[in-house]
Each structure stands twice: as structure tokens, then as C-alpha cells.
Design a protein around this ligand. Structure first.
Ligand SMILES: Cc1cc2nc3c(=O)[nH]c(=O)nc-3n(C[C@H](O)[C@H](O)[C@H](O)COP(=O)(O)O)c2cc1C
Length: 351
């Protein structure tokens, strides 16, 4: 790998690192924060809601199948996943696959779409993805994983990898992560669990320092981002402080518990603020549904509880929203219910 290519590979990410550090004393390294890629969650709609609440430094798309991207008939089915709007920060495109040719074909399309970075999914535990040789199955097929990284490098975009510690056992990381680090990727994101552990055991923070030492020895230019059970920015900062050398912190399900998970100064938020976010999501849903790609209203329902969480007396409202069939119905219920709830002074319950 030539030095020039290496340099261009990491400039996008160096900018992210610098932005995260801005306004802080250089003596204290501030990690960049990212919203984890989440299938059926982190589309252009939800990313913009999170931006309104409190922005991370980096966003990712939902994972997108590389073979579908290059298949003449399937390519339309994945267009919505890669859609982003002019008023949002361009996310990192996350793709998955098991055919190097398709990966090479898919990454070629990304710069034309305006993408500036690509992430390869090598951690997905889903049975269908594994059956297709993708996601965490690549942990068991390491030559293929290397071929896929090489194929992705046929684009000038920086290439990153998101993976787990191992397939069957977390200790596989001692063999698996050095292999990836030797491929000279811009960023390695480690979800601190094995595929077999799914999300059922606590993330293995006990291996963080060993992984950082591997990076320092094998690939000092590769940025390391950790992921797993980190609830919000404050928790992420504490982990980074305890393990110097961490470059990035990725938060996934924490956003379901607190849409303001990325805020720099933790504050209490009112029910009104939270409902404003839900209304924003409804507006963006209608916009994307009308102009970009058809969206299923039912899929919106998983988000309702994010915004009404922490307001115990709002359970009736949550239930009413679950019975709805259209965004206007949701708006009507919210407009009727919120003044009543506020009069009952539930506005300050959310801490
Ligand atoms: C609903 C959902 C969808 C997910 N989809 C993806 C995905 O498309 N790509 C990916 O790399 N990981 C995906 N993940 C895994 C997350 O990115 C993350 O690694 C995992 O949730 C652990 O982080 P957390 O404990 O902060 O949630 C998904 C997780 C959830 C809960």
C-alpha cells in the first residue's frame, strides 16, 4: 500500500477526529461519537431526528447488501437505505456481502452518490446474512474477509470495518482482530461481544486495553472505535478516560432509551421537547414517503416509546398511539393529549 493512498484513506476520519477535539484541551483526548448503524432505524428520517436532539460526530446508514446494489433488478429495492437529504450530514455508507466483485461494484457507486466513506459489516449475527456468507460469517472465513477489504479499497473512499470479537467465542479476537488490523483500514469498530453472545451478555470491556495495544503495534494509523452497551456520551467519555487510546465510541440502543444520548451537557428534557422530536419524525416520515421511498406506517410505531419513555403517566398516550394507522391520526392524538398531560404537571418527569 503506497503512503499516498494511506494518507487519502484517512483524511475524512482525521477531520472527524479533529472536530470531536475542537474546543478541548489537547491534553485530554476526546473520542468521536457515532450513532451505530441500525437496520430499520438509522435511515435519513431518524438520523435527522437525532441531529435535532443532540448530534453525534458520525452517522452510518442501515447496512445495505452489496450484491443488491449491483444487481440490475434488485438495486431499486435498496435505494431507500442509502438515501440521504441535502440538509443532513452525509453518513458513512455501511454495506455487507460475501462476493468481492459485488463489493467492488458497490463501492464504485458510492462516490457518485456523494458518499465519502464506506464501512464493511463483518459482525451481523442474523441467520440469513450468515447463510449468505456475510456479516459475522466472515469471522470464520478470514481469507474472504481480506479479499472483501481489498475489493472495497478499489474506491478512493476510506474503508472501515465493523465487527465482533469472534464468532463462537470472544477470545477469537486475539487471532481475528490482528488480521483485520494488518489490512490497513481507516477505522476498526469493535462490538465487544461474539456472534454467539448476540446481545445477551454484557460487553467485554475487559479486552479494550489488549485491543488498543494490538492496534498500537500492528496499525498505529488505524482508528479504534468501541461499541456495546454504552448508553450515552457521558458513559462513553468515562470509558475513553479509563482506556487512553480509544478514538471513537459508538452508541446504538442507548438512543432508544434517550434520544438526547449525544448531548454534551446532560439536561432534563420536557415532555413537550420529546414530543416535538416525535412530530419532527412524523413530518420527515411523510416527506420521505412522498418523495424518496415508500415507508410503512407500522414501522414508525417502534419509535413512539422512545419519545414517551420516562413519562410514567403517558402510558395511556402510548397505547393510543399504538392503535393509529396514519401520521395525521398521531398528530391529532398528540395535539389533544399534550396540553392535558402538561396541566397535570408531568412535563418535568423526564430526567
Ligand atoms: C435494531 C438494530 C439493528 C441493527 N442493525 C445493524 C446494522 O445494520 N449494521 C450493523 O453493523 N449493526 C447493526 N446493529 C448492531 C448495532 O450497530 C450495535 O453494534 C449493537 O446494537 C451493539 O451496540 P449497543 O449496545 O450500543 O446497542 C443493529 C442493532 C439493532 C439493535
Amino acid at each position: 500500500m503506497s503512503a499516498a493512498f494511506n494518507q487519502s484513506q484517512s483524511s475524512y476520519w482525521q477531520q472527524i477526529v479533529q472536530n470531536a477535539q475542537k474546543g478541548h484541551n489537547q491534553a485530554q483526548k476526546i473520542p468521536f461519537f457515532s450513532l451505530a448503524p441500525m437496520e430499520a432505524v438509522t435511515d435519513t428520517i431518524f438520523r435527522r431526528v437525532v441531529e435535532k436532539a443532540a448530534s453525534p460526530d458520525v452517522y452510518y446508514t442501515e447496512f445495505t447488501n452489496a450484491s443488491s446494489m449491483v444487481h440490475p433488478k434488485a438495486k431499486f429495492s435498496v435505494q431507500g437505505r442509502l438515501a440521504y437529504m441535502p440538509d443532513e450530514q452525509i453518513p458513512v455508507a455501511q454495506i455487507w456481502g460475501s462476493r468481492p466483485d459485488d463489493i467492488a461494484g458497490a463501492v464504485k457507486l458510492l462516490p457518485e452518490m456523494g458518499y465519502q466513506a464506506v464501512d464493511l459489516n463483518m459482525g451481523c449475527p442474523d441467520g440469513t446474512v450468515i447463510k449468505n456468507g456475510g456479516g459475522s460469517d466472515l469471522i470464520r472465513h478470514q481469507d474472504l474477509a481480506c479479499d472483501i477489504i481489498s475489493a472495497a479499497k478499489s474506491t478512493p473512499l476510506p474503508v472501515s470495518v465493523k465487527t465482533r470479537l469472534g464468532f463462537n467465542s470472544p477470545l477469537e479476537f486475539r487471532e481475528w482482530l490482528p488480521l483485520i488490523l494488518k489490512q490497513d483500514v481507516a477505522v476498526l469498530t469493535v462490538h465487544l461481544r461474539s456472534r454467539k453472545e448476540m446481545s445477551k451478555v454484557p460487553a467485554h470491556y475487559e479486552y479494550i486495553d489488549e485491543i488498543l495495544a494490538m492496534r498500537d503495534e500492528l496499525a498505529p494509523k488505524t482508528l479504534i472505535q468501541f461499541n456495546g452497551d454504552i448508553k450515552d456520551r457521558q458513559e462513553g467519555l468515562a470509558i475513553a478516560k479509563a482506556h487512553p487510546g480509544i478514538d471513537g465510541i459508538m452508541i446504538g440502543r442507548g438512543i432508544f432509551e434517550n434520544p438526547f444520548a449525544f448531548e454534551k451537557v446532560q439536561q432534563s428534557h420536557t415532555l413537550r421537547e420529546s414530543i416535538e422530536l416525535l412530530k419532527c419524525q412524523l413530518t420527515l416520515f411523510d416527506e420521505v414517503n412522498a418523495t424518496v421511498t415508500p415507508k410503512h406506517f407500522e414501522a414508525l410505531k417502534r419509535f413512539f416509546k422512545i419519545y414517551l419513555r420516562g413519562f410514567p403517566h403517558a402510558s395511556g398516550l402510548r397505547q393510543a398511539l399504538m392503535e393509529t394507522h396514519a401520521t395525521d391520526e398521531v398528530r391529532t392524538i398528540l395535539d389533544e393529549a399534550v396540553p392535558q398531560i402538561e396541566t397535570r404537571d408531568l412535563d418535568k418527569i423526564m430526567a
